[in-house]
Write a protein that binds this ligand. Structure first.
Ligand code: ATP
Ligand code: ZN
Length: 296
């Protein structure tokens, strides 16, 4: 297939932990994606963008080479790739809040561990040799990094290494293999990256549209629209309590002199505790509603 230069190209994981959530994000940004799970590419029916479904490990390369202008990938894969590049080839344009995990060093349960000095001279198996080496260098530890493509958690049992350095979210996989976490190397989540290769004006404009939509989607996830009533003497206390709300709208209530309706977009989560505080400060008829679309 030849590459259409009048359209944007976005690299997504084909099948794995990030695939569904990456597609969901683009759908929420209004892209109609018409393809089954098994295709290698898909065309957005209502937006000038083509999607390419690849292994997550290939996404940084596709974006760096400019084959795709954008990609969605975990920071773990991205930073491991970046450490092998002489100069920056992409920029991170948004943290997406999904695919959260961390890269951690784990030890066999029965092993006595009292800090990073225990790692000196030991063998540590990992699929992230550069990230691990950076951590060891930062800690001033000399250890042997053993690179494995997968099944890293089996290394101690196979006597390939004493320690492992692997991705963890709940820790259940490590536990099932008789390992426990001893050090954290990196916190990770999925990010949207953009190629640093120059594009023509047409694609630059489409890229800006896509970015503004994605920023809107991310902002709405956090934001809520809050409405409440308050008397004039309680207004100041109440507006001070609204989380992440700039310039709320305040309008007089018809037939209730000295009482106002306060409407605001809160750009942070609104918890029950906040509502209780608002009530205690004199607010009544408090409503919190989700925001469907937002363009900043
Ligand atoms: P591919 O076939 O695309 O190479 P993969 O097997 O390398 O897939 P997945 O297991 O699908 O990758 O994980 C993709 C990404 O999901 C990881 O690189 C990481 O950023 C994120 N992730 C979130 N939680 C976890 C977890 N518990 N274990 C592994 N990865 C996780
Ligand atoms: Zn992979």
């Amino acid at each position: 297939m030849s590459v259409d230069r009048t359209r944007l190209h976005i690299a997504l994981q084909r099948s794995g932990r990030l695939s569904d959530l990456s597609r969901d994000l683009l759908r929420e940004a209004g892209l109609r994606i018409e393809s089954g799970k098994n295709s290698l590419t898909a065309r957005a029916a209502n937006f000038p963008a083509d999607l390419m479904f690849v292994r997550d490990d290939d996404i940084p390369t596709f974006v760096s080479d400019g084959v795709c202008e954008f990609g969605i990938v975990g920071q773990n894969v991205l930073e491991e790739f970046a450490l092998g590049q002489p100069e920056p080839t992409f920029e991170v344009v948004a943290e997406l809040g999904f695919g959260k995990c961390s890269l951690r060093i784990a030890a066999p349960e029965q092993l006595h561990y009292e800090g990073t000095q225990a790692l000196v001279g030991q063998r540590i198996a990992t699929s992230y040799p550069r990230l691990l080496q950076r951590f060891l260098d930062e800690q001033g530890i000399q250890a042997e990094v053993v690179q494995m493509k997968g099944a890293v958690e089996l290394a101690p049992r196979l006597e390939i290494a004493t320690y492992v350095c692997d991705l963890v979210s709940t820790g259940a996989t490590l536990e099932a293999n008789g390992l426990r976490v001893v050090e954290k190397v990196l916190d990770s989540q999925a990010v949207l990256i953009r190629s640093l290769k120059a594009v023509d004006e047409g694609r630059a404009n489409i890229a800006e549209q896509l970015l503004s939509r994605i920023e809107g989607v991310l902002a709405t996830k956090e934001s809520k629209y809050i409405m409440l009533n308050a008397s004039s003497e309680a207004l100041k206390r109440i507006t001070d309590l609204l989380p992440g709300a700039e310039a709320p709208t305040i309008v007089p209530l018809h037939g209730r002199p000295g009482h106002f309706a306060v409407h605001a977009v809160c750009q942070e989560s609104v918890f029950w505790e906040t509502l209780q505080k608002l009530k205690a400060a004199g607010a009544s008829a408090i409503l919190v509603v989700p925001i469907e679309k937002m363009m900043l």
